[in-house]
Design a protein around this ligand. Structure first.
Ligand code: DLZ
Length: 154
């Protein structure tokens, strides 16, 4: 039997973080969490690229460009969708999730989902360094582990 345990050693990995400006009061905190998660696990600052996009709807396109570039071992997608008075929320959240999954499957590059989908701003802040931790930091660990797993399985 062969078992591959999670490997969170980020040394030498190159990672692109795609982050949405919409709801910047949350996404900036997610970005800080992702950067510190990468750095704490050994990813060098010079090996981290941050790409800002207007909103979560644009996140999938930028993840696709970065994944197709061949320059990155993993891509982290960050955004925050907060429920409003219209069904815009459902469209943006579902398209972001589907596009990110499609990018990962089409390119083979791990693209991890760090897009919050919340009912209220408070729920979002709880998940961006508040009572529920920082989903950006969790995304960083997931990105490293998936990049390492890909190296082992490829
Ligand atoms: C338009 C819009 C709305 C209403 N809400 C959000 C949101 O909660 N989170 C988010 O990341 N982006 C939102 N946007 C912006 C869209 O993602 C997109 O940037 C614009 O529709 C332009 O294509």
């Amino acid at each position: 039997m062969t078992e591959i345990a999670p490997d969170s050693n980020g040394e030498g990995l190159r990672v692109c973080i795609v982050v949405a400006e919409w709801n910047a009061f949350v996404t900036h905190k997610l970005l800080e969490g992702a950067k510190s998660g990468l750095r704490e696990n050994g990813v060098q600052s010079d090996d981290i690229t941050i790409a800002w996009v207007p909103g979560s709807f644009e996140v999938p396109a930028a993840t696709r460009w970065s994944a197709e570039s061949g320059r990155f071992d993993a891509v982290i997608a960050l955004g925050t969708v907060i429920k409003g008075e219209t069904d815009h929320y459902e469209h943006i959240a579902s398209q972001a999730a589907a596009g990110i999954m499609e990018t990962s499957q089409a390119t083979g590059v791990p693209v991890v989902f760090g897009v919050l989908t919340c009912e209220t701003p408070e729920q979002a802040l709880d998940r961006a360094g508040g009572t529920q931790g920082n989903k950006g930091e969790e995304a960083a660990t997931a990105a490293i582990q998936m990049a390492r797993l890909r190296q082992r399985l490829a």
